[in-house]
Design a protein around this ligand. Structure first.
Ligand code: SF4
Length: 368
């Protein structure tokens, strides 16, 4: 990522903050809005390209500000079409994002932290430990870079963003909220709130705050209904046990009127019995929601196994019999360690770096 030190990185600023920034330079508020639109216009990499700004002001901007971006990434392609990107940050750490192309959409799974402090026992990112929070710019730049990559290859624009990559997004709350503002601002990346999903392991206060401050979708990683089992899988359960989490979800739903998505990873012999399915149905009774089931992905040295396909289908059927909408999420990118719980920022072949082509050649509709 190219970033000049001591300058304000405008990619860290949402519209309101950009307005404040230009005002601090003695400019009217609307200049901030103009600049925001330029920053996220495909192909604009330099202040000199912002042709409706006075030349003198462009020179001041070049002196005091920069627009960071990822210009290259390590790229790995899965047999199933998923693409994993490894971005090296200024301090040498690596984060990963995963593009999941489908017939009618391009979903990008983005990271919010380097590593994770939550320590879920089935997750490789958790095993890395926590290194640091990503800045707003580092979150947004994953989206910008992959968007550029897809457009340059004629694969269309990104349609959906899911915060399910490395890290617990709600533990990096302020930068997450800022990034969501930039993603959804019309002059920014202009994603609909409906197309953005934030996933949490269950940080209850931040979850409620997310509902207050944004209108994006919420996914809650549940994975067990029993406190003893869930605390073993997800240490956060000791702080916010199942009853507290579900009560908060009911409250969230009442205020937001949006269906929550519950993620439930099936681990063989741990949480996948008929009784587990019945208990899950009882726990979520009368709570409008969707349930995503996922058979555990293989993780090196993990004690957990994936249940047989028949067991997964049976679990789904029991929940359906209780009237729930239940999807079995197909794992994508397993062969390149890009599936859920497999992101660790390691094992990259550094010779497989792809540089983006000259961004000036991209237009907004992807033609080049
Ligand atoms: Fe962190 Fe999510 Fe992994 Fe848990 S599952 S350790 S919250 S990245």
């Amino acid at each position: 990522m190219q970033k000049q030190p001591m300058k304000t990185d405008l990619k860290n600023l949402n519209q309101e903050q950009l307005v404040q920034f230009v005002e601090s330079l003695g400019q009217p508020a609307f200049r901030g809005r103009q600049i925001l639109a330029w920053i996220y216009k495909p192909g604009v990499t330099d202040f000199s390209q912002m042709t409706d700004l006075a030349k003198e002001f462009r020179a001041i901007l070049a002196e005091s500000a920069c627009m960071s971006r990822f210009e290259e990434s390590m790229v790995e392609r899965s047999k199933d079409g998923a693409v994993k990107f490894g971005f090296r940050l200024d301090d040498g750490l690596v984060i990963e994002s995963v593009l999941i192309p489908e017939e009618d959409r391009n979903t990008l799974c983005v990271s919010s932290q380097v590593g994770c402090a939550m320590g879920c026992t089935f997750c490789l990112t958790g095993a890395m430990g926590f290194h640091r929070n990503l800045t707003t710019a580092e979150i947004v730049n994953q989206v910008c870079a992959v968007q550029q990559w897809t457009l340059l290859r004629g694969k269309g624009a990104l349609t959906n963003i899911v915060f399910m990559g490395m890290g617990e997004p709600l533990a990096n709350f302020e930068n997450l909220i800022n990034a969501i503002a930039i993603l959804t601002e019309q002059r920014g990346l202009d994603f609909s709130n409906r197309r953005i999903t934030v996933s949490t392991c269950g940080l209850v206060p931040q979850m409620m705050e997310l509902g207050e401050q944004t209108d994006v979708n919420l996914a809650v990683s549940l994975h067990a209904t029993d406190d003893a089992v869930r605390s073993t899988l997800m240490p956060i359960n000791k702080k916010y046990p199942v009853s507290v989490l579900i009560e908060a979800c009911r409250d969230y739903r009442q205020k937001r009127r949006k269906r929550i998505m519950f993620e439930y990873t099936l681990l063989d012999g741990i949480n996948d019995t008929d009784a587990d399915a019945e208990q899950l149905a009882a726990l979520l009774r009368d709570l409008p929601c969707k349930i995503n089931l996922l058979a555990a992905n293989p993780v090196a040295d993990s004690a957990f196994q994936s249940p047989a396909a028949a067991k997964v289908l049976r679990f789904q059927q029991i929940l359906r019999n209780h009237g729930f909408t239940v999807l079995i999420r197909q794992s994508r990118g397993e062969d390149i360690s890009a599936a859920c719980g497999q992101l660790a920022g390691t094992g990259w072949d550094e010779t497989k770096v792809e540089r983006w082509e000259e961004s000036e050649s991209i237009s907004a509709d992807g033609e080049n």
